[in-house]
Design a protein around this ligand. Structure first.
Ligand SMILES: Cc1cc2nc3c(=O)[nH]c(=O)nc-3n(C[C@H](O)[C@H](O)[C@H](O)COP(=O)(O)OP(=O)(O)OC[C@H]3O[C@@H](n4cnc5c(N)ncnc54)[C@H](O)[C@@H]3O)c2cc1C
Length: 614
């Protein structure tokens, strides 16, 4: 708020509003302009699209590229791969749709200046693995952002979107969004005909391994605060597979990526005694999941499972054998560059812990769980599929439209489609945008109207934590403890503790059961009640308060889904101690939820999995 006046309300009208200017949001903004030459395209981002989202720091590989121009892979192959990795459950229509378009996205990136490594012998893109190509990607995000900036009518940076607005005349139709500027505190009311959510995944809903001053050191971006889920959930959009949280095996303490090490440098893992251990757990895993253990490649969660079992057997730590590969100077360079282009922190951790991977095999760890829709996992919103490919049951409107009219999504936001990664998320943004433009064009004069009452009520709610703090700040009991309010960091730590202990985090060895989950829901409910007493000392803390709100709603969703699915589908990601086996008879299906914000109730249902590709 300015020194000399009250808070300003800024009104922005748009045909298409893109929330989040990460990979999916930039793709959506770019493509909206292509199909909607005369439309007003607005992108709103809580950071600055130049360096925002999970790709902010850069990447060393594009993990989803078919290579159809050289006959390397076909879209059907990618669907089979993702289905296998997710233990049979993916939206094959959505996955196929991304795979058939993703190569053209990557070609655009190269045209826009992204340096892609080439194989000197073949002249093709340098492969890291079957699906990955290697890039000099420190500037990946600015390159992609430039395309979005040029396409957008306006980009609003530093605005955190907190709620969607609904049409006052037509139930279940989106009409815009509200939020606030995280620097000035101005209130923003966006009125739009269609909204595309691309607000990234969720870290910090489970207690992280790194705590205290190191708590920002998570694998997934610490600023990924679950808005992608909370915004649609608030307005009653159906979500799918929210139980499918992901746990990553990464280099210890820095969460440096292992993909280039495994795939390109051909490093491998061993236990504390220098032994190969994965094969030891074959029979045991087969007991739990049946033939899924025989699939190739072995699903990511099952490799985690062997890692966790070996640790439980007391034969840790698990190490990556780098000392052999790093004798080759070329491989040594690639190993270090891999971090410098995307996770500099890992190189710093090794330096600070006297680890030279040429002489010492570095330790690996498994991360706390994250919720996302674009990596080796597929939590997110339930979306309508492509007209030419989706089974009738998966089609109720426009491609990538959620179960709320005019509300589209892409990237981490959309569920059921694992392994899209950065290029697939951008591609899905393009797909959603094309459909959103059609939706807007088809709309004619029947435009959504926002209710002044609704956005004024929301304004009061959104800024309340500032008021709570102003009134209660003199009652501090000691340090930062107050009888009148809860600070965002205190609420966050409480959330993380509940999720960790009751919903299968690191502290519980990723195990939970119906008793724990039900108790977890009660405790989450109590935290939800206390959110009315959130105190924010400044606008930055106000942002933290709303990020916590979003994380809390997503956590509730994760807990309900975990309770609903009565099997352990992905051992290594989490375990239902009361249903330890995979159960294809009853649970070869998607889980769907719908939240009613008026009653606070969640409805759960199953949806069929259609195998379209043989
Ligand atoms: C550590 C790590 C390594 C990875 N490695 C690779 C790799 O090697 N290769 C690869 O291809 N992919 C990789 N990925 C995956 C890739 O980064 C993601 O798939 C992709 O970024 C997802 O795109 P998205 O647009 O959904 O989310 P993001 O790119 O994270 O974008 C979300 C955007 O929304 C904004 N936002 C969030 N909430 C709000 C709000 N309330 N209001 C306004 N704006 C908001 C965020 O600031 C952000 O800009 C990696 C991801 C991580 C975290």
């Amino acid at each position: 708020m300015g020194l000399f006046g009250g808070r300003k309300t800024v009104y922005v009208d748009a045909d298409i509003l893109v929330i989040g200017g990460g990979m999916a949001g930039c793709g959506a903004t770019y493509e909206s302009r292509y199909w909607g030459r005369d439309l007003k395209i607005v992108c709103v981002e809580k950071a600055n699209i130049e360096r925002s989202g999970a790709v902010a720091q850069g990447l060393y590989a594009i993990n989803c590229y078919m290579g159809m121009q050289w006959g390397e892979n076909q879209p059907e192959d990618h669907v089979r791969y993702a289905r296998n990795d997710l233990m049979g459950l993916v939206r094959e229509d959505l996955g196929y749709d991304i795979a058939r378009h993703v190569d053209s996205t990557v070609h655009k990136f190269e045209e826009w200046g992204l340096p892609i490594m080439k194989d000197p012998k073949t002249g093709r893109y340098q492969r890291e693995g079957k699906w990955q190509i290697m890039i000099h990607g420190e500037s990946y995000k600015p390159i992609v952002a430039e395309a979005a900036r040029k396409a957008a009518t306006e980009v609003y940076n530093r605005i955190m979107v907190t709620h969607l607005l609904m049409d006052k005349s037509k139930a279940n139709r989106v009409a815009g969004a509200v939020g606030f500027n995280v620097r000035t505190g101005d209130y923003y009311v966006f009125r739009a005909k269609a909204v595309i959510v691309g607000a990234g995944g969720a870290s910090h809903i489970f207690k992280p391994r790194a705590v205290g001053e190191g708590m920002g050191r998570t694998w997934y971006a610490p600023w990924s605060s679950a808005s992608a889920y909370a915004l649609p959930i608030q307005v009653g959009a159906k979500m799918t597979q929210m139980e499918n949280r992901i746990v990553l095996t990464r280099f210890k303490d820095g969460y440096g990526p292992v993909g280039a090490y495994f795939l390109h440098l051909k490093t491998y893992t061993q236990n504390g005694y220098g032994e190969e251990y994965e094969s030891k757990w074959y029979n045991h895993t087969k007991e739990l999941v049946g033939d899924y253990i025989d699939r190739h490649p072995v699903p990511t969660c099952l490799r985690n499972h062997a890692f966790l079992e070996e640790l439980k057997a007391g034969r840790g730590p698990i190490r990556m054998v780098t000392t052999e590969a790093f004798q080759d100077p070329h491989k040594e360079t690639v190993g270090w560059e891999n971090f410098l282009g995307m996770t500099i922190g890992q190189a710093v951790v090794w330096a600070s812990q006297n680890i030279d991977p040429k002489h010492i095999n570095p330790e690996l760890t498994t991360s706390e769980p994250y919720v996302m829709g674009s990596h080796a996992t597929c939590s997110g919103a339930w979306a309508s599929g492509p007209e030419d490919y989706a089974p009738a049951e998966y089609q109720w409107g426009y491609n990538r439209m959620m179960t709320v009219d005019g509300l589209f999504g892409a990237g981490d936001t959309i569920g059921g489609t694992a392994h899209k990664f950065s290029s697939g998320s951008f591609t899905e943004g393009r797909i959603a945008a094309k459909a959103a433009v059609k939706y807007v064009n088809d709309m004619g004069k029947d435009r959504p109207q926002v209710s002044e009452q609704e956005y004024r009520d929301l304004e009061k709610l959104i800024f309340q934590p500032l008021e709570n703090y102003r009134l209660g700040r003199n009652e501090i009991v000691g340090g930062t403890v107050s009888p009148s309010y809860l600070l965002p960091i205190q609420g966050l730590q409480r959330l993380e503790k509940i999720m960790d202990e009751y919903v299968g985090g690191i502290g519980a060895n990723y195990i939970t059961n119906s008793m724990l989950l039900n108790r977890g829901l009660e405790l989450l409910g109590m935290l939800k009640e206390d959110m009315a007493y959130m105190g924010a000392e400044d606008i930055h803390q106000l942002q933290r308060a709303w990020e916590l709100n979003h994380r809390l709603l997503a956590s509730e969703s994760v807990t309900h889904h975990t309770l609903f699915r009565k099997e352990t589908r992905w051992p290594g990601y989490y375990y239902r101690g009361d249903h330890m086996k995979l159960d294809d008879k009853d649970w070869h299906c998607f889980t769907l939820s719908r939240y009613d914000q008026n009653t606070g109730k969640w409805e759960m249902e199953k949806a069929p999995v259609y195998h379209i590709i043989d």
